[in-house]
Design a protein around this ligand. Structure first.
Ligand code: UD1
Ligand code: CA
Length: 452
């Protein structure tokens, strides 16, 4: 008989300990809200439905989870984790198995959840973990036979119970009927006057039901984030895992502790990432890509052999072949660089294609431009693409030489092989193969004397 699995994710708590206006489960790990990590993991179990308990005072959690199919269960007053589960249960069918997850446990993985689902026949099961410092967690109290007799919260624990290092991960699995029967007997006579989900263990035990547990192999993956210190610790753990994945994929990291991955990275062979690189969104790095120290790459696709020098910031950039970027380059969305091209220091590029072997080596702004092959953009060249209302295109054809400190007032086209004299302000199209100069003539004033 197939028993449908329903997952309930608790996400209504305000998270006072974060001291933030943002709901706790929306605090981020690896650039994504904690609850999104939990959702991704929950989905891997292919449940019949995912229910999320949320605080109806704000729609932020619902907005953040818009991409998922969710049955929403409002919890107007946060009266505790047990109360929270009760809000979701009416929408769960009677014959279902219920897995409760917490929205503030982001590093959870599907394999540990599967081991809980597939473990013993106990009527109510909990995922526990052994931690060196159990402060803040519910302690697992076992009877002489080793069965779980109760979970005691930190604030309700005796000094002796406080020394127990096996703690509640918060993840519980039971048939809906069992959970209902136990939750009905729940009371809020405890230090926080809350309805604790954890009480279902002692209630079940007293009813003579069989309680079971799975001890998680890696406690760190089940740690929750209640405050900024725990959040920061989880962020480090997450980044370390990302670094490990890249190392295994053959990437050389100058220091795996000093790489931050906040998204999805796909890699070729022989890639080198120097220290303090941040990778965000979807980043695709081809063979032999070299990223210098302090670079930030967001949603980039870099072809084999691309070399990004120190402290460059790239967003929405695509390179089509080996090219050279930075140091200190700022490349914005829509930048496309062909093989052999070069973008040097203090160059900003936006919505622009740079053709093969073309160069903008220093101090330029190139926006909304189409630049051909073998073009040289002199230092200080600026495309004046914005008239205050609209953006206009600049077209620079193959083999053009733009002298330093040139302003190209768009819309404007520089014809193939043209030269533009340094210091020009170009307001009209420049013909192919000719020298165009657009600057006032130099004069020397006769008889002029400096004032004393
Ligand atoms: C909880 C457990 C503790 C366990 C720890 C693991 C209880 C009583 N305690 O403590 O045994 O060791 O997690 O990390 O369950 N929430 C609601 N509605 C509420 C209260 C909470 O939706 O009324 C949600 C929160 O948003 C959070 C989750 O439930 O995602 C857990 O609540 P939290 O306050 O963080 O519990 P802990 O003190 O961490
Ligand atoms: Ca918590």
């Amino acid at each position: 008989m197939h028993i449908p699995l329903h997952i309930i994710i608790l996400a209504a708590g305000a998270g006072l300990r974060m001291r933030s206006k943002t709901p706790k489960v929306l605090q981020t790990i690896g650039g994504r809200p904690m609850i999104i990590h939990v959702m991704d993991t929950a989905k891997q179990l292919q449940p019949a439905a995912i229910h999320v308990v949320y605080d109806p005072d704000t729609d932020e959690v619902q907005k953040a989870c818009a991409a998922f199919e969710i049955t929403w269960a409002p919890q107007a007053e946060q009266l505790g984790t047990g109360h929270a589960v009760l809000q979701a249960l009416p929408a769960v069918p009677e014959d279902a198995q219920v897995l409760v997850l917490y929205g503030d446990i982001p590093l959870l993985n599907a394999s540990v959840l599967r081991s809980l689902v597939e473990s013993t026949e106990a009527q109510i099961k909990v995922l526990t973990m052994n931690v060196p410092d159990p402060t803040g967690y519910g302690r697992i109290v076992r009877d002489d036979d080793g069965s779980i007799a109760a979970i005691v919260e930190e604030r309700d624990a005796t000094d002796l119970q406080k020394t127990i290092c096996e703690v509640n991960s918060g993840i519980i699995l039971a048939q809906k009927a069992v959970l209902m029967a136990c939750l009905e007997n729940m009371a809020s006579e405890n230090a926080q006057n809350e309805y604790y989900l954890t009480d279902v263990l002692s209630i079940a035990y007293k009813k003579g039901l069989q309680t079971g547990s799975v001890v998680a192999p890696e406690a760190g993956d089940l740690e929750g984030a209640n405050d900024r210190i725990q959040l920061a610790a989880l962020e480090r753990r997450y980044c370390w895992k990302m670094s490990e994945e890249l190392l295994r994929a053959g990437v050389q990291l100058a220091d795996p502790q000093r790489l931050d991955v906040r998204g999805k990275v796909t890699v070729g062979n022989d890639i080198y990432l120097d220290v303090n690189v941040i990778l965000e969104g979807e980043v695709d790095l081809g063979d032999g890509v070299h990223i210098g120290p302090g670079c930030v790459l967001k949603n980039c696709q870099l072809a084999a052999g691309t070399n990004v020098h120190a402290y460059s910031v790239l967003e929405g950039v695509r390179t089509l072949g080996a090219c050279d970027i930075g140091p200190f380059a700022r490349l914005r969305p829509g930048t496309e660089l062909a093989a052999g091209s070069r973008v040097g220091n203090f160059v900003e590029i936006k919505n622009t294609t740079l053709g093969e072997a073309s160069k903008a080596s220093h101090l330029s702004y190139l926006g909304d431009s189409s630049i051909g092959e073998r073009v040289n953009i002199g230092a200080g060249t600026i495309t004046c693409n914005y008239d205050g209302f609209n953006k206009h295109p600049t077209v620079i054809e193959d083999d053009v030489f733009i002298g330093s400190n040139t302003q190209l007032v768009a819309p404007v086209t520089i014809g193939k092989g043209a030269d533009i004299g340094a210091g020009s302000t170009i307001t009209k199209d420049a013909p192919a193969g000719k020298l165009t100069v657009g600057r006032s003539k130099q004069v020397t004033v006769p008889g002029w004397k400096r004032s004393k």
